[in-house]
Design a protein around this ligand. Structure first.
Ligand code: ZN
Length: 409
């Protein structure tokens, strides 16, 4: 486990806040104390011990500081260097591997075969067994029995507010996952392999298993299975990326820390991510990694540096010529979005159209193009045709549904 004692970025802040609470108010703010204990990454036992002492007011701030440093120094022996620990949404992990996975008894047999195959993909991409496929179970309703379920009216899917293909519901205790269920939405046309308008259960299960392990979405490796690239088109070749493996090796095998700018980016801390990137790369124009350039362009966009962002994405597009059409199309969509923000509608349209040629099955591009046509007061007939095509690919896509209703009114 990585400990945060030597961490440059974060452990000081919760520590200072917690100590200030005790000093200035002779009181404590539970949330601050908890943040502080988490940042130290003490063991659960140590965290609880400190919490009891604090709550019983046995410790003033000075004693608290010494106790924390003492525990921290004990923990630091023999541990690897720490990773960026300032997550708003920290990475949790399972205490023990492999994670047992069951299929619900009602899961169709072809899904069970696929589940087993996708589990083997995760297992073989890693140095140790991550999952153990246990076959069917009739105990899927029980807590801490990890199941894959196919259902029509999932309360969990309904809770998520979007009609999506699947949802992974995880339960944790303290810092560990203790249960996870994957709910697949039977409201879609599932087919393996999928063509336009169908969803490949293999790809969706592979992605959801990533969530079960504790992986979050990210945009770093463009063709990572944990990316948001829409996989409806049936032609997107998503894989377990080097980055996904790095995260897992860090979590489960004491591997080296993933790049801190990536962790900050995934955590939504864009300013910090940029700051860390600038420390690592003094000259962005020398970067030749398409994924990294895309990330930088997104960060520049978030800072509203649209011209810089355009320059960076152009570098990425140029380098992406040897990559798949899908990647290039994805980058062109980003470029179109930048032009749109600059109010250059003509260039935005041109880039969306170019993207669509490379990836005709992307319902997002179809919908954005339709949206531009509606905004510009152009032919509603053309917009409607684009939306119809988008909804054929993803019938539940809310924006496309709303826009078509708007036109028909
Ligand atoms: Zn997901």
């Amino acid at each position: 486990m990585a400990h945060a004692c030597g961490n440059k970025y974060i452990q000081k802040q919760p520590f200072i806040t917690a100590v200030n609470d005790l000093r200035t108010h002779n009181n404590y703010n539970f949330a601050n104390i908890w943040e502080f204990l988490k940042a130290l990454q003490l063991t659960i036992l140590e965290q609880n011990l400190m919490l009891i002492l604090i709550m019983k007011k046995k410790y003033n701030y000075l004693k608290l500081a010494f106790l924390a440093l003492f525990l921290c120094s004990l923990n630091s022996f023999g541990t690897e260097t720490s990773c960026l620990a300032s997550y708003k949404t920290p990475y949790l992990k399972w205490k023990n591997l492999p994670i047992p996975i069951y299929a619900s008894a009602s899961l169709p047999p072809r899904f069970k075969v696929l589940l087993n195959e996708e589990i083997q993909k995760w297992n073989s991409s890693f140095k140790m067994k991550l999952f153990d496929y246990r076959g069917s179970s009739t105990f899927c309703h029980k807590k801490e029995i990890n199941c894959v379920v196919l259902e029509k009216h999932s309360k969990y899917l309904a809770l998520s507010g979007v009609e999506d293909y699947a949802l992974t519901k995880q339960d944790f205790k303290h810092d560990y996952w203790v249960g996870a269920d994957i709910f697949l939405n039977s409201g879609f046309k599932w087919k393996h392999p999928a063509s336009v308008g169908e969803v490949d259960p293999g790809k969706v299960i592979l992605h959801e298993l990533g969530h079960v392990l504790g992986l979050q979405h990210h945009f770093f490796h463009l063709n990572s299975i944990m990316n948001y690239l829409p996989y409806e088109a049936g032609d997107v070749d998503l894989e377990i990326s080097i980055f996904d493996k790095e995260i897992l090796e860090w979590l489960y095998l004491g591997g080296k820390c993933p790049e801190d700018y990536l962790l900050a980016f995934i955590d939504g801390q864009e300013d910090l991510s940029m700051e860390l990137l600038k420390k690592k790369y003094t000259d962005f124009s020398k970067i030749t990694d398409v994924n990294l350039l895309y990330l930088i362009s997104r960060l520049e966009r978030s800072k509203n540096e649209l011209d810089n962002s355009l320059k960076t994405i152009d570098m990425a597009i140029e380098l992406s010529s040897h990559k798949s059409n899908i990647i290039k199309a994805y980058l062109l969509n980003h470029k179109a979005d930048l032009y749109f923000r600059k109010n250059d509608i003509k260039s935005a349209t041109k880039n969306f159209e170019e993207s669509l040629k490379l990836w005709p099955g992307n319902y997002l591009t179809l919908t954005y193009l339709a949206q531009i046509k509606i905004l510009m007061g152009e032919s509603n007939k053309e917009a409607l045709a684009l939306l119809k095509q988008a909804l054929k690919i993803k019938p539940t896509f809310k924006l496309a549904k709303e826009l078509s209703l708007q036109i028909k009114k």
